[in-house]
Design a protein around this ligand. Sequence first.
Ligand code: TH1
Length: 826
Amino acid sequence: LKDATLAHEAPPEAAAGAAQPRPDPDMREAILAKLRFAVGRDVSAARDHDWYVATALAVRDRVVERWLDSIARTGPEKKHVYYFSLEFLIGRLFFDTVSNLNIVGEVRQALAGLGVDLDRIRAVEPDAALGNGGLGRLAACFMESLATLDIPAFGYGIRYDYGLFRQAIVDGWQHEIPEDWLSFGNPWEFERPDIKYLVRFGGSVEMVGRPDGTIQHIWHSAETVVAVAFDTPMVGWRGRRVNTLRLWSARAADPLVLEAFNRGDHVGAVADRMRVEAISRVLYPSDATPAGQELRLRQEFFFTSASLQDLLRRHRERHPDFSNLPDHGAIQLNDTHPAIAVAELMRLLVDEHNVRWDEAWRITTATLNYTNHTLMPEALETWPVELMERVLPRHIQIIYLINFLHLESLAKNGEISADLVRQVSLIDESHGRRVRMGPLAFIGSRRVNGVSALHTELMRKTVFSDLHALYPDRITNKTNGITFRRWLLEANPDLTRLLVEAVGPQVLDDAEALSGLERVVGDPAFRDRFVAVRRRNKERLAQEIAARTGVKVDPAALFDVQIKRIHEYKRQHLNLLETAALYAAIKAEPNRDWTPRVKIFAGKAASSYVVAKLIIKLAYDLAQVINNDPDVRGRLAVAFLPNYNVSLAEIIIPAADLSEQISTAGLEASGTGNMKLALNGAITIGTLDGANVEIREQVGPENITIFGLTAPEALARKAEPDHASRAIAASPRLASVLDAIGSGAFSPDDPGRFAGLVGGLRDHDPFLVTDDFDAYWEAQRGLDELWHRPEEWWRKSLLNVARVGWFSSDRTIREYAEEIWRVPVG
Ligand code: TH1
């Protein structure tokens, strides 16, 4: 095999309508010049990191040309999309950029001529881990698809000094290590010291009567923070368009109180600065759980206010007033984290720009849109009224007025009961007074969307049912998607090359062209090549597992993969119970023809989530026993890979045979890892939850393994007080595995370690692990059987690849563009 890494590197002239990359006379000279004059190193002294920076800067020059071109080409009149998100989980940018510019071959060659290996230096780049999981990664995929579809867009967020913590596993326990991704500099960002806004906090509000009888509100804030812009170019496929990701960094207005310093108070002089700059110091490590701290509220308001001021300024440079703001911009709120935008946009318009309240409300509700990503009650953001009064005194007034007008409009439309008021009020009075950010975002938005068909249906029927009855056209579904550039072309170049051969180069531009594969699924020669590609990917993963954990696994075994945040609702512990039961079964009947399996886990637990950390420890303890037991060698192995992030996902996903998507039905809003794994040929074992439902529709029920309670069944079952004890009594296998784990069979050094975890399952089991256990066990054994019929297995696997084109984020973004944002798609 010659340069097998990327078939699509060659100019894909067959791709219709695509802009050809400009011929680049001398990448080699460009890299050498950057090495010398930007990095300040001689070739003889240059190390991998120097080469990485030099090459990134040389590539960046090509990006900047297109970036400026995109901005120039987009007249100010064109409608822009503004994606507000507290998280952008981008991962590495170097190879993504090179690949999207279609210059992988050129760059590889230039580097090779200098004795440098592209694949070695690309691994030097740290991940931009500015997100926790699916929500943050979705924002990153959306930025890529927006550029690809030539939609003018800004991503707005926070430039955290520290991204999501690095996870170390010490003796099975998770430790969190700061992720200082910026310590070697960041060649992709442009600091914009001239683009800065003041964001204010605290203080009080003065009310002054105007001659016309209206009241002017003057906010005397107690604290001022400067938000400074850092811009990163977001390159679309084939470099067609380059958009801006604008991340704000917090700076003190007066960084050094000179007077204090001169007095000799060197610490006091910088204390205020520390407090202010803490705002953009670190990402909260909570996923699908509210962070709930004052600093979090400060982060949310900080980036929302700076972003709104930025886009209002740009609007005012070209228009006499804000009446046509909705024609020139659509704002998408990624969950409720930026929901304070409803109050802040009202404040900016009414207090700072003298727009009348009704007109400001019209503009706000025509500009904002809100995406909901979870319905779990404990995950819905609320803020204590007392905290809001202290941190955002003007905003709480505005929220009260919005709430008053909202409830008044209900009253006008007929009777309203105390019950209905309780349901739809923006203030929750049930446990202390709290502002409910979901309903605030709902009331303030033109469109509100869920992220899968099932999730959107549940939004209408449960959490938002009363608001839905009042505004029946507001909720709409936009099933999530993933960018195929990163998750197929870049992560799995060998499979991509095979697909191009099989269905033609249009598959690089059009995800739906994957359906062309249907023609070859029965072709044994093609199937063999597909299996050979997968085998190489699995060998690479096996090496990675050995390097990271010391566990040796056989690439011929079934690779059974569960990679995602560790959360009880995602039920890694259901998978672990099945693993322990399988171990017992193999030991009891060692001579049966067991399907060799490697159970692969990876994921981070929120630092304060004790049970999630214990689940990681359980995976580790099971691995210790199982991997060291000669009785099961070659049949069962367990590996927990530390520090799951985007880059590790890019290695695991192309090597997965089985994709575990086993959340309690009704609780996983969508999932997006499920789409990435299916796209790369994994078969899904999953519940009827989130986007699994739509994956089943697309790939066909015979090509996915569905098990367990449905969402309505799960809801009903949970209400039965003795559901767990009945499930355990009915399943000797489950009873015995719970006994074993609970009594310390896998933790002889601390036999009581998992007693609490098991006790929780016996007593309450809110996530229905016990109820779904038998169905899950049976489904797994069915897959064991299927593995013994490779022709059938690979046919199903190939049909998954062929039929998941619909899950491209290009499709998702097209739907947002047409129905929510009303912007043209290029
Ligand atoms: C996730 C959902 O859990 C997942 O199902 C979905 O695919 C993904 O969003 C993208 O839509 C969520 N992540 C978070 C993170 C926080 C709060 C709520 C959610 S929901 C911090």
